[in-house]
Design a protein around this ligand. Structure first.
Ligand code: NAD
Length: 288
């Protein structure tokens, strides 16, 4: 298959490239080669290269900065996917896009998890623009997959695990938020979910796509330290306590980011547990 990857320098894109390169013809572009906000350029590029599939890994991902960054966030996260959807539709390419748990409000009781069709109520600029991106895709093409992920970490990027390893090695104790619930997701496992979905030709549509199992940032951090033999003590704090301690303003974080993977699993997609993903990541990073 001929596959165009946009945002190819990003963290997820690096894993997507690795997963797909063996048996596909990949065309890698980032903003310098193909700016997804440029509608004409997107149409021309896709008309010229006629990919069977486009995997969009491009996004504005700085959640806190997005609150004040203005219209660029909407252009990248909403107009960009819309441009890709129009061009993919015109050229009969499949469009694969990646979205986020932030399209939900995050205030669901933590005994429950979000199903794909649950009502959306994004509370951040990032979440709102990502939801607009999903809507722009659904409006313009039928052959699409949207994989909603969360708490993503991978080899090719700065991420939460790397930050914690650094802090854990330099501090005696750390305070970590214990009232936000979700699924840490290894980018390699998400790339494999995308691969399986395309390979098995599962029905088009939206799929919650994280590693399996739920935890909190506090328990995730304890697991990172336990697996890496780091002795730093981890203290649980509430989101409110954390913001007060740090004296920072932040985009509002969802308390409940738990997304059910029932839809993917009922389509025969195997999803590893988050602890298993973390262990393989730490081995790959040479930490264990
Ligand atoms: N990182 C997370 O925790 C997380 C959580 C949930 C969802 N997601 C989603 O997963 C996807 C991948 O995230 P990531 O962490 O790999 O992102 P990333 O920030 O590592 O990479 C994004 C890439 O997009 C490129 N880009 C930005 N603007 C562009 C433009 N106008 N045209 C072309 N390319 C452009 C950047 O140069 C960068 O290489 C995104 O859709 C993101 O919203 C990420």
């Amino acid at each position: 298959m001929k596959i165009l990857i946009t945002g190819a320098n990003g963290m997820l894109a690096k894993e997507v490239k690795q997963r797909f390169e063996k048996d596909n013809d990949l065309i890698l572009t980032d903003v310098d080669e193909l700016d997804i906000t440029d509608e004409k350029a997107v149409m021309k590029y896709i008309e010229d290269c006629k990919p069977d599939c486009i995997i969009n890994c491009a996004a504005y991902t700085a959640v806190d900065k997005a609150e004040t960054a203005g219209e660029i966030v909407e252009r990248i996260n909403a107009d960009g996917p819309g441009n890709l959807a129009k061009a993919a539709n015109a050229n009969k390419s499949i469009l694969v896009h990646v979205s986020t748990d932030y399209v939900f409000g995050g205030d669901l009781d933590i005994s429950k998890d979000y199903k794909e069709d649950d009502s959306k109520n994004p509370v951040t600029a990032y979440g709102k623009t990502k939801l607009h991106g999903e809507e722009n895709i659904a409006k313009n093409i039928e052959q699409y997959y949207i994989f909603r992920t969360a708490w993503l970490y991978g080899i090719g990027g700065n991420n939460y695990v790397k930050t914690m390893l650094k802090l854990g090695n330099s501090k005696d104790e750390l305070s970590v938020v214990s009232d936000q619930h979700g699924s840490p997701t290894y980018a390699k496992d998400l790339a494999d979910i995308i691969y399986q979905a395309i390979d098995k030709k599962i029905p088009y549509g939206v799929y919650n796509s994280t590693n399996e199992g739920y935890t909190t940032w506090f328990d995730f951090t304890k697991k990172i330290f336990e697996l890496s033999n780091i002795t730093c003590k981890v203290n649980p704090v509430t989101t409110e306590e954390y913001i007060e301690m740090m004296g920072t303003t932040q985009a509002k974080r969802p308390k409940n980011s738990q997304m059910s993977k029932g839809k993917l699993e009922s389509n025969g997609i195997a999803i590893p547990q988050w602890e298993d993903g973390l262990k393989r990541y730490l081995i790959e990073e040479g930490r264990i």
